[in-house]
Ligand binder design. Sequence first.
Ligand code: A2P
Length: 302
Amino acid sequence: CTTSFKLNTGYSIPAIGLGTWQGTPGTDESELLQSTIKYALSQGYHCIDTAAAYEVEEDVRAAIAESEVPREEIFVVTKLWNAMHDRVEEAFLTSLQKLGLEYIDLYLMHWPMSSDDQMNVLDHPTPAETWLSMEALIKKYPTKLRSIGVSNFSEKTIKPLLEVATIIPAVNQIEIHPMLPQFELVDAFAKHGILTMAYSPLGQYNSPVLTHPDIIALAEKYKVPTGALVLSWEVQRGIVAVPKSTNKERIVSNITLLPELSPEDKKVLDEFHLRKGMHRRLCTVGNGVRPTGNDIVFGWTY
Ligand code: A2P
């Protein structure tokens, strides 16, 4: 896939990247992750999405170091963990060192809320305060950091941040797939010039989207696997997607995008979440962490 999108910082981001969160049961081995990343780079991936919280930055480092793809051709995304909002510079320099890179392409605030080490949510720093620290960071290290952005922000949580920001976030990375299409949120952020990145773009492990008979039929029509169909739908919406896979065949097919989905076929994917049992609900509390404000952009249950 050679499609890319322009960020509000002027840099281009590839439309498809490789996710590195080890959320798939049985695959939490660094050797497997390293060979997966190396393979993906050799097959044309130019974007790697990671995070301090995934604890795999050193594996990303090893894979990039051993790959034949030049560093400047790889767009590297990593994220500030919740418990480090009061130590943004320290967190960034640690990620940079673990990744073994001269610079990071995109540094995201992983979640709006700050927390202590036990994941208890703190009132301070607020998302806006943390954002100002990220602005100070990019100003202090213009050669080590290219763009900054956010993740898991809703319209409500971004508002106070935008009120104080002198740099508009380049990206908001959120959960998006046909069970959670997030149309309004994507549009609202686009109005501010913020590009949306989709995590879990296929609907995570054992995604019911990929095995649904109607989606299989549609994919057959285009002669592609269901994963490629879903990712094409996202990219055609102007969204960057970072699918995960450790399977060689799927790693390759996930960057094989369709030329164009017809409007009727796009509609099938647009409306998929309206089907019974195929909607991922938004929750206000999840996974032991509580959002700032009373809304959040992701869901945990079907
Ligand atoms: P695998 O590593 O065996 O390919 P998401 O990125 O939405 O979180 O989804 C990741 C999950 O989907 C992983 O369990 C991955 O398993 C699986 N997966 C990735 N690509 C495809 C695909 N093209 N078709 C089916 N399953 C896929």
